[in-house]
Design a protein around this ligand. Sequence first.
Ligand SMILES: Cc1cc2nc3c(=O)[nH]c(=O)nc-3n(C[C@H](O)[C@H](O)[C@H](O)COP(=O)(O)OP(=O)(O)OC[C@H]3O[C@@H](n4cnc5c(N)ncnc54)[C@H](O)[C@@H]3O)c2cc1C
Length: 556
Amino acid sequence: MAEPMGYPPEIKKHIKIVEETRPERLKQVYRRLTLEEREKLLKAWHPDYKPGTKRPLRVGPCKGTIVYNEIANLLEAWPAIDPKDIDLSKIDYDVDVLIIGGGGAGASATLWAIYNGVPPDSILLVTKLRFGDANTVKAQGGIQAADRPEDSPILHYLDTIGGGHFANKPELVKALVCDAVFIIKWLEDLGVMFDKTDEGVMIEYPGGGACRKRLHCAKDYTGLEIMRVLKDEVLNRGVNVLEFTPAVELLTDPETGSVSGAVLWNIETQEYYVVRSKVTILTTGGFGRIHIAGFPTTNHYGATMDGVVMAYRVGANIRDLDTAQFHPTGVAWPEAIRGELITEKVRGMGAQLVNIHGEQFIYQLEPRDVVASAIIAECANGRGIVTPTGAAGVWLDIPMIEEIHGSGTIKRNLPAMYRQFIRHGIDISEEPVLTYPTLHYQNGGIEIDPYTRVLNPSKEPIPNLLAAGEVTGGVHGRNRLMGNSLLDVTVFGRRAGTTAAKLVKQMSTKPKLSFKHLERFMSELERIGVPRTRRAPIILPDYRGERVLLRSLRIL
Ligand SMILES: Cc1cc2nc3c(=O)[nH]c(=O)nc-3n(C[C@H](O)[C@H](O)[C@H](O)COP(=O)(O)OP(=O)(O)OC[C@H]3O[C@@H](n4cnc5c(N)ncnc54)[C@H](O)[C@@H]3O)c2cc1C
């Protein structure tokens, strides 16, 4: 087998200056920006402010709302199926609760529906890829909860609202921070192995935008560890899980307008299934794979915003989809892992951001959007390093962590990342990493209330439709803080399962199934002349490119 290549000489030559300036930088703490300076930086460089990247929606319940172009293309698209092809009289699964999405929110909702009395065999969890193939397993850094004497949910609340640019929905933030301590205890009791001292005290790290150390971690694979435990628990309870079977459309009761199930599509057999459910919970995660503003992404392969597309067609209100979170430190080199995440924990442990001249140019724990903007500005102003493939990046001086915390810290605390880079011939305990912002998180999404009921633009619940996790908007405003999303999926996943159980108990009759909600939506698409080839949900991204597609055979 060929040796992994490491940095090519044209990049490697720039490392010397990083090493030379390190001793001096170790003595410095870069000053924090004022609120005005942050705003100025964001307006000048953050993609959210770039002209031409957004447009108002022309159809649906939020007509006129401005969203990113890539999102508008999906919300203004024809259904993936032709309703005429689907026989709704043949019901394949008839359940109390349908959960769409097999990540952290879906698994949490499933468990809390069971704890609240829904029998496991009347729950169906469907997911696009395998159960657990999700953004949740990719989460590295940790989960926030204010459980130390010097901290409080009030401080957590203020950090979250400030980080979200005061655009968060206050009642959702209140639920997030107040449930947090209970959630950590629940996860620990289930078997999540959080990092602790030899005395058994939880080790907590700082995170960007947080005024206290409140990040609970399992090394640098916190999401994987949480998902391991949740998934085991769901499977042990005997819940029916359908893998490789995404939902492609919701169904509604023609008389009440309530959501009454979904159409599923088996990726392998290309068969469709009809599900009737008393309550449906959307937990389909985010949108990284639609590559907003052309950025690479940290997200898993199935993150294509399907839940928002389906909910919009049944009348859901959407919010904050004119903003996206670009994580400041995506991998810029090696090319094979470009866009993958370098966790914020690295900066929390002291790694500084350094330009081509070996200078620190931003305090590394400013909020994410501010750091991302500073890196974009540095590269645009010629102070970044250009890779052989033409990408730009700045240095993240990871080896300084060893100097601050002692030799061996990186292998011990960041083992997954250490292995990821060593496969490419880069030892991050000795060499800095080249980094550039990457599309990371769907800040906005479907509007919910604290009980996770999906709301329409008049703020009334759409009956029997719930949503939790990254598919929703409002918890994080216009910018999520690190560690608040694993918390979001477990806090609101729990609330969704609990609400679902209550709703099921109140329902005595089975709902009817129809595509009635699509009639008006499709006539709107017709009116504005959306091409029939534009369809959503897209289910999986297509990276084949025009040349390949032109020469491909349509076999089926
Ligand atoms: C690299 C990375 C690192 C992160 N680090 C952190 C961190 O340290 N701390 C933190 O708090 N947050 C972190 N996050 C964010 C956090 O992991 C996610 O926001 C969160 O886990 C999302 O959970 P979810 O259950 O809402 O969605 P996901 O975990 O993405 O699950 C969604 C599920 O729905 C499925 N699905 C999608 N469409 C359909 C469909 N049509 N039908 C059926 N199933 C469907 C998907 O396949 C997937 O299984 C990170 C994210 C990434 C990508």
